[in-house]
Ligand binder design. Structure first.
Ligand code: PEP
Ligand code: MN
Length: 339
């Protein structure tokens, strides 16, 4: 952190700010320029808010040089994190495909889709048992019953399961059924929930909030990691913009930014990003082309009658086509496709 003093700051002001820095456990490096004085704060500044200096009349500006997140930062861990889920690797040179319905609706529906995505080569099965719906009158998910069905589908197909947990009280009962806990976009800044999943040993798929900056996403990852759980996978799933044609706007540059700032794997969800089934394949390819570690897509065999997100779900034959394209792409992306 650096603190730029105002031009008219006098020696007494500078001394006072220096003492405040030292009282916070840091050292001061002072550079006296021709027109102003700059104080460099040396030490662990992660717990210091720039605002505590900016309230001072004699301070022009206080700025961070390093990011406010540490464990999630590539500066502190330069090598890519590779998350191992039951022997399947996410990150590094591996390509991961998470596929399945938006919601678990019934045993027949889930098994039909799970078997189809397995046959096409998906790496993980997704499906929502607890659904964060905009309307309280929409289908809210089968809850524990849905978790049990996911486990059954996992046992039959061998695909590990990714599913969303919406509240801390759901965690304990969900643990036996879940391989990766998803934190949905609407809960990205539910800090109590982030801390609680940070205490588990399950990998966490953390989705970017609807209006969250990349730094806010990384700070949410930091919450999970600060509790000891380093297995965080980030997910770009589109953000709110002024555009209304698509459900959200897929921020593909976020993949590049995250790769630069963080060592954590990042996957892209083109289904929630676009809200349109016919955009899923092209956006998936674009995501992998910019360096995403994988994709998460919604698949439904009967999208017209789906209880949620049918309009953005691709049918199993389209999913199979997408998988063929991805397998072809993996060669020139220099990545390994894993089933
Ligand atoms: C989901 O993946 O089922 C979901 C609800 O996504 P998001 O939290 O990104 O809206
Ligand atoms: Mn959905």
């Amino acid at each position: 952190m650096v603190i730029i003093m105002k031009k008219d700051a006098n020696a007494e002001d500078i001394e006072r700010i220096k003492r405040r820095i030292e009282n916070l456990g840091c050292k001061v490096h002072m550079s006296q320029g021709e027109s102003c004085c700059i104080l460099g704060v040396v030490g662990d500044t992660s717990r210091i808010d720039t605002g505590v200096f900016e309230v001072e009349d004699c301070v022009e500006r206080a700025m961070r040089i390093q990011s406010p997140y540490k464990r999630a930062s590539r500066f502190f861990k330069p090598t890519d994190t590779v998350v191992n889920v039951k022997g399947k690797l996410i990150g590094g040179n591996k390509l991961t495909v998470i596929a399945g319905p938006c919601s678990v609706e019934s045993e027949e529906q889930l098994l039909t889709i799970a078997k189809a995505v397995k046959k096409s080569g998906a790496t993980f099965l997704r499906g929502g048992a607890y659904k964060p719906r905009t309307s309280p009158y929409s289908f809210q998910g089968l809850k524990e019953e849905g978790l049990k069905l996911l486990k059954k589908a996992s046992d039959i197909t061998g695909l590990p399961v990714v599913t969303e947990i919406m509240a801390a009280h759901q965690i304990e009962s969900a643990l036996p059924y879940v391989d990766i806990i998803q934190i949905g976009a609407r809960n990205m800044q539910n800090f109590d929930l982030l801390r609680e999943v940070g205490k588990t040993d399950k990998p966490i798929l953390l989705k970017r909030g609807l209006s969250a900056t990349i730094e806010e996403l990384l700070m949410s990852a930091e919450y999970i990691m600060s509790e000891g759980n380093e297995n965080v996978i980030l997910c770009e799933r589109g953000i709110r913009t002024f555009e209304t044609y698509t459900r959200n706007t897929l921020d593909l540059s976020a993949v590049l930014v995250i790769k630069k700032l963080s060592h954590l794997p990042v996957i892209v969800d083109p289904s929630h990003a676009s809200g349109k089934w016919w955009m899923v394949e092209p956006l998936s390819k674009a995501a992998l082309a910019v360096g995403a570690d994988g994709i998460a897509v919604e698949v439904h065999h009967d999208p017209i009658n789906a209880l949620s997100d049918g309009e953005q779900s691709i049918k199993p034959d389209k999913f199979n086509h997408l998988m063929e394209s991805i397998k072809q792409m993996s060669g020139f992306l220099n990545k390994e496709f894993q089933e």
